[in-house]
Design a protein around this ligand. Structure first.
Ligand code: GRF
Length: 192
């Protein structure tokens, strides 16, 4: 049995962190046991902190405003990740632009609520909802220096139903995210 450690970084509600904890933390997949070794937020009031606490995990808080530059903040992130022994880092609603200080040192994946390369950035749900496209979807990709631009690992699409509200569209995206992200993590950790 090999233990593979994960770091999860988040800024907000943390519903994807919760899905990872429920589906993967302490669970065995073949010869691999997955452990979430680090939960980290840049926001002291992020909802994910209480969700991690339910699993006995005390989150590390690093407020980006306490650092003089993006690079210094990223160096602190790298230190925490390296200290945790995580071999894969998951950005699950982590709303920071990362510099090469982070991207060159950390093996990380990001979850994005659109069919990339369409609708990059922080307003993907609203923009994809308002677009003429008949489908919406979710992407998981490797983190690179380009925002929402690394190599795509997995995507899942769904058809917009007639008269679908923004709330229903958003709920469908989150439902897919909670399935897809844990699946991708297992695939990566159990292959490597
Ligand atoms: C998700 O929609 C994710 O795709 C985006 O931020 C949101 C995070 O949601 N990057 P939560 O904090 O996991 O509930």
């Amino acid at each position: 049995m090999v233990v593979k450690k994960l770091a999860v970084l988040f800024s907000g509600n943390g519903s994807n962190l919760e899905a990872i904890l429920q589906k993967l933390h302490g669970k065995i997949f073949g010869e691999t046991k997955i452990e979430v070794a680090l939960t980290l937020s840049n926001k002291a009031d992020a909802g994910g902190i209480a969700k991690a606490a339910k699993f006995g995990l005390k989150s590390v808080i690093l407020n980006h405003k306490d650092f003089a530059s993006r690079e210094e903040f990223d160096a602190a992130l790298v230190r925490e990740i390296e200290k945790s022994g995580a071999e894969l880092t998951v950005l699950a609603g982590f709303m920071r632009i990362l510099t090469p200080v982070f991207t060159s040192r950390v093996r990380a994946i990001n979850l994005h609520p659109s069919l990339l390369p369409l609708f990059k950035g922080a307003h993907a749900i609203e923009q994809s909802f308002e677009s003429d496209m008949k489908v919406g979807g979710v992407s998981v990709h490797w983190v690179s220096e380009e925002l929402d631009g690394g190599k795509i690992i997995a995507q899942r699409a769904f058809e917009k139903s007639a008269g679908m509200s923004l709330e229903a569209y958003e709920a469908k995206i989150h439902e897919i995210e909670h399935e897809l992200l844990p699946q991708v993590i297992v695939e990566i950790l159990c292959q490597s």
